[in-house]
Design a protein around this ligand. Sequence first.
Ligand SMILES: [Zn+2]
Length: 260
Amino acid sequence: MKYIIYGKISGALLLILLLAGCGGTEEEAVPEEEQTETEADDAPDEEAESEEPEPLIDGEDLADDGSIQALVNKEHHLSADYVPEDLVPVEVPTVLESPEVNQLRQEASDALTEMFDAALADGITLYARSGYRSYNTQASLYDSYRAAHGEEAANRFSAPPGASEHQTGLAMDVTAESVNLELLEAFGETDEGIWVRENAHESGFIIRYPEGKEEITGYLYEPWHLRYLGTELASDIHDSGLTYEEYIKESGMDIEEDGE
Ligand SMILES: [Zn+2]
């Protein structure tokens, strides 16, 4: 059934959704000329909602202890006042002006530098587009989508404040000149996107929203959205072929007590 649902989304809408779900900042997330096309959406929202997965782990504010392995998704939220204590400016090429989004937590930033250097050594040039996003930034972004598209539509491609992995300071959207430094599904088929998919785990990152896993992660395919989890866990997840949600469930991993 999910294929029928997604099949009804036009190509143009899909592109917009992809740009918007993760996309950089308020001012750049959705090109204005494309916003008008979103009215074409006729997917059965009620059905999509009824198929939302059950919460995988009991507990609240699982990420507020600052764990590198924190699970943050539409069922597991960060509190409004959670701000990572060790945010630093990333030391790799960036795209946007906003100082906020060009930050990650120290460990993730170091790993990002290592990954970009490894890519360069293979002839691959990457750019960092959107990293840390505060609760308030996410709230503004979500409100703007809700105003433009209505709440139901917004919920399908944007996270409410507290539900975005970007608030952890452990997620970075990466891109390349081959996709004009934007966040497009086509990135996954570029040399850079393929390199990232095959190598990011060596530096501790996973592609958090893989293709065909929308029902589990709650997000459409985002080949650009990388989540730092450390090399050991990222490599295990990469080798398993599972999403983080599935991996936690299948491994019986206790993310509350196994934080470091
Ligand atoms: Zn992202």
